[in-house]
Design a protein around this ligand. Structure first.
Ligand code: DGI
Ligand code: FE
Ligand code: FE
Ligand code: FE
Length: 187
């Protein structure tokens, strides 16, 4: 699918601010894919569709979790965690995008997980560092991502866990597993 057609399809699904975020994630992901020598056109499609399900009704997303037999524990962590896993299936059913690499990256873009592929990592971290983001610590992540993408993903997980704990929000196990894996890898 071409960029223009893909952007037109997601634009219908998103609010203007989220659409602008999506364009910035896409440009960030393309730059990382060039650097890390991945398929730029494929990364582009994954980035464009990464938040496809963001504004779907939570009850609708819940029904997809049940009918598609996604991990039921997703339902215990609040609706924010559903748009990745549900979006990865919606793009197949509604848009006809059936590609394991693209669907995996969209599935895990919010929580991350241990053992992410480079393709997964680029979508995960592009979402975190796109120029519109101002999370505490994001500058450090931007400064390491072109040298050490494992470190960048670990920092993003650590910062997210800190943020969630400060707000007494539940933390999905995949996010912890990414954090733990990074401690072992970066020693
Ligand atoms: O969809 P975006 O806003 O672009 O970004 P995202 O998909 O990374 O979602 C960010 C939201 O997800 C933010 O509100 C924090 C939340 N989040 C990230 N990891 C976890 C989490 N929420 C819970 N409950 N548990 C997590 O592990
Ligand atoms: Fe998202
Ligand atoms: Fe994210
Ligand atoms: Fe996003």
């Amino acid at each position: 699918m071409e960029r223009k057609q893909a952007l037109a399809l997601v634009k219908e699904q998103l609010r203007p601010k989220r659409y602008e975020h999506t364009v910035r994630v896409t440009d960030t992901a393309i730059s990382l894919a060039r650097h890390y020598k991945l398929d730029v056109k494929k990364i582009e499609i994954a980035a464009i569709f990464h938040d496809y399900a963001k504004y779907r009704n939570p009850n609708e997303m819940k029904r997809w979790v049940l009918s598609e037999k996604l991990p039921q524990d997703l339902l215990e962590y609040g609706p924010e965690l559903l748009h990745g896993p549900v979006g990865s299936i919606m793009i197949e059913k509604e848009v006809g995008i059936k590609d394991p690499e693209i669907q995996s990256a969209i599935y895990y873009h919010t929580t991350g997980k241990r053992n992410m592929s480079l393709f997964d990592q680029i979508i995960f971290i592009a979402d975190y560092i796109e120029p519109g983001r101002s999370f505490p610590g994001v500058e450090e992540v931007r400064s390491v991502v072109y040298h050490d993408i494992n470190k960048a993903c670990w920092l993003a997980a650590r910062n997210t866990i800190e943020f969630l704990m400060e707000h007494e929000q539940p933390i999905y196990p995949d996010t912890f597993q990414l954090y733990n894996e990074g401690l072992v890898k970066t020693g």
